[in-house]
Design a protein around this ligand. Structure first.
Ligand code: FAD
Ligand code: NAD
Length: 462
């Protein structure tokens, strides 16, 4: 065999699998079809969108930007240029960090598109048309996902966009219609609304981010309204046409919406088409690869991780899946599945949560109480001017254990890890009450919300 492990895809899942294998002294190689490494994590998704968001966020913090920007188209385009520059700088720097890490650990990087010849052999075709065969004891598939592009929508990378092409815009549209109410949709609504674009949203649901708590999403929706975002909820898109320099979107209700550009953000599809998994007898469903809890496919020495296996489909979880699969493949330390995975939505304001939602707790029939802390009730919240922020704890009313933490507001993506650790260490709401937090901090909201929970528990017992 040429290698101990061949990894297909250099996104977060593939990188972390390769790094782990190399740390275990294995001969590892990554095959990547794109000219640059990093996948959606670094090149077309997580990092570029977060880098652009940072520019939009800083602008939104400076206040009043819509009015300030409206008359001056040149400065608006300058802002997009700033966002693009920041994005490209961060990508280049991270690319170099990842490359150095992989090369330092002796991971081979093989350019080209991989497809199975048999269960131990991949054919790799590079951009110059050269084809080679490479074999390995273990094969790990980490080919990720791409935006779902239904055939009836004419994407053109200029005015009808997906989450990849929107990152390459060089001209800031006057108006943007976002089709979808999921994570990608909401993150881009934040970025473009904060950059001064007139943003509208169309979604078939009654609310954005349907799986989140109503009160948390309510804070986000209010913030969007304050940024001038218009909503067309419970509506479906029938067609998107190009019209002059812009677009015309037809809704099922008969309404017609004009916007300079449209972002279509309704889910993702697996990158498994070219892999020819049937030749290796790897089972898949609608292109998503089926795996067991150890990330083995139907062929035990072939593993699949990351977006390719479906939800949660996050860079954070993909990295850990890659590491876990390699530990399993080479009999390393016993891997314990990570529990209480956090999720962050990098909107303005940020949202983050861990554990169960109130709806899930109700469905499971668990007796619970809710404790809330408004950021405006903490000194730090006042200092930084976050009047909307909210931290909400869901606590088991019988054993006082934390069941879920939901945060919307400044630093939500960082703050969540406090609650996550308490949950992972099987702590209770009383641990949050007795903990001393720096003052003034937003973290102190944990204590305020925990005290609110204790109060609710007393009320419940009356
Ligand atoms: C706009 C956006 C924002 C996001 N924000 C976040 C976030 O804030 N936090 C978060 O945790 N997650 C976020 N995600 C999700 C995250 O980007 C993905 O979950 C993550 O990148 C998946 O990693 P992966 O390694 O499975 O696949 P990918 O990152 O998609 O990488 C797969 C790689 O495989 C390569 N490949 C595919 N087929 C072949 C083949 N046959 N041969 C060779 N190479 C192949 C591809 O070219 C690609 O480089 C975001 C996604 C998007 C689109
Ligand atoms: N901050 C983050 O962690 C982050 C940010 C962006 C993306 N992501 C990852 O990218 C994934 C994809 O993001 P997304 O916003 O596309 O997904 P999503 O699941 O959040 O939202 C997709 C939306 O499209 C709709 N939809 C899906 N399939 C559809 C179909 N066939 N027809 C009509 N509507 C359909 C859904 O109802 C939903 O409203 C996420 O699940 C997440 O894993 C994560």
């Amino acid at each position: 065999m040429d290698f101990d492990i061949l990894i297909v895809g250099s996104g977060p899942a593939g990188q972390h699998a390769a790094w782990q294998a190399a740390r275990m002294g294995k001969r590892a190689a990554i095959i990547e079809r794109k000219p640059k490494i990093g996948g959606a994590g670094l090149q077309t998704g997580t990092i570029p969108s977060k880098a652009m968001r940072e520019v939009a966020y800083l602008l939104s913090r400076s206040g009043g930007m819509r009015q300030a920007l409206a008359p001056d188209a040149r400065s608006r385009h300058g802002l997009l240029a700033d966002a693009v520059r920041r994005k490209e700088g961060v990508i280049a720097q991270q690319e170099s960090v990842i490359l150095q890490r992989l090369l330092r650990h002796g991971v081979a990087l093989i350019p080209g598109e991989a497809s199975f010849l048999d269960a131990h052999t991949l054919e790799v075709a590079d951009a110059a048309g050269h084809v080679r065969r490479i074999s390995a004891d273990v094969i790990l598939l980490a080919t990720g996902s791409r935006p779902r592009r239904p055939a009836h929508i004419q994407f053109d990378k200029k005015s009808v966009l997906d989450s990849t092409s929107i990152l390459n815009l060089r001209h800031l549209p006057e108006s943007l219609l976002v089709v979808g109410g999921g994570v990608i949709a909401c993150e881009f609504v934040s970025i473009f609304a904060a950059l001064g674009v007139q943003v509208s949203v169309v979604d078939s649901h009654a609310q954005l981010l349907t799986y989140l708590s109503d009160d948390v999403v309510g804070v986000l929706a209010d913030s969007f309204l304050a940024m001038g975002v218009k909503f067309h909820m419970r509506e479906r898109v029938v067609a998107i046409q190009r019209e002059g320099g812009g677009t015309l979107t037809l809704l099922e209700s008969g309404q017609q919406l004009r916007a300079e550009a449209v972002l279509y953000a309704q889910g993702r599809e697996p990158n498994s088409g070219g892999l020819n998994v049937a030749r290796a007898e790897v089972r898949s469903k609608d292109g998503w690869i089926e795996v067991n809890p150890q990330f083995q496919t139907s062929v035990p020495h072939i593993y699949a991780v990351g977006d390719l296996i479906g939800r949660p489909a996050l860079a954070s979880t993909g990295m850990e899946q890659g590491r876990a699969a390699v530990l399993h493949a080479f009999g390393g330390e016993q891997h314990v599945s990570a529990e209480n995975l956090p999720m962050a939505v990098y909107t303005i304001p940020e949202i983050s949560y861990v554990g169960k939602t109130e709806k899930e707790v109700q469905q499971e029939g668990i007796p619970y109480v809710i404790g809330r802390a408004q950021f405006k009730d903490s000194a730090r919240g006042q200092i930084i001017g976050d009047a909307q922020g909210l931290l909400k704890l869901i606590v088991n009313a019988q054993n006082e254990k934390l069941l879920g933490v939901h945060i919307v507001g400044e630093q939500a993506s960082e703050l969540i890890h406090i609650g996550q650790l308490v949950m992972n260490l099987n702590g209770s709401v009383r641990d949050l009450v007795s903990n001393v937090f720096n003052y003034p901090t937003l973290a102190e909201c944990y204590k305020l919300a925990a005290l609110d929970c204790l109060h609710e528990m007393v009320e419940l017992q009356k």
